[in-house]
Ligand binder design. Structure first.
Ligand code: FES
Length: 117
């Protein structure tokens, strides 16, 4: 099980932490299941860069990016050394803590609230 904190570059959006997150799912799936709208225009098949995020901590719990993912990361806005595509970040078996940051172009899902507590 994992503990995952999502930070948001958007001002006025507070960080949120989820506990007991099961492995074998992507960070995109974790976000969507928790009403965080992380764009996913291609449906999560590594054919766009709209699910771009930054893995601040815990990248050891994820498989490294493949060539295709790296290619699409290069097309994302403001790519950094810790850039990943959320749909390609599959949590491996194990447990630990991850911290990710969603870029400013990632708004919350319509109808969700900013208060996750
Ligand atoms: S949703 Fe398109 S690459 Fe992740």
């Amino acid at each position: 099980m994992y503990m995952i904190t999502f930070n948001f570059e958007q001002k006025a959006v507070s960080s949120v932490t989820f506990t007991n997150v099961k492995p074998a799912q992507s960070l995109l799936e974790v976000a969507l299941a928790n009403k965080i709208h992380l764009h996913h225009d291609c449906g999560g098949v590594c054919a766009c860069s709209t699910c771009h995020l930054y893995v601040e901590k815990g990248d050891d719990y994820l498989e490294g990016p493949g060539r295709r993912e790296k290619d699409y990361i290069g097309r994302a806005a403001d790519p950094r050394l810790n850039s990943r595509l959320g749909c390609q970040c599959i949590l491996q078996d194990g447990r630990g803590k991850l911290i990710v940051t969603l870029p400013d172009q990632t708004p919350l899902r319509e109808g969700s609230t900013l208060n996750f507590k």
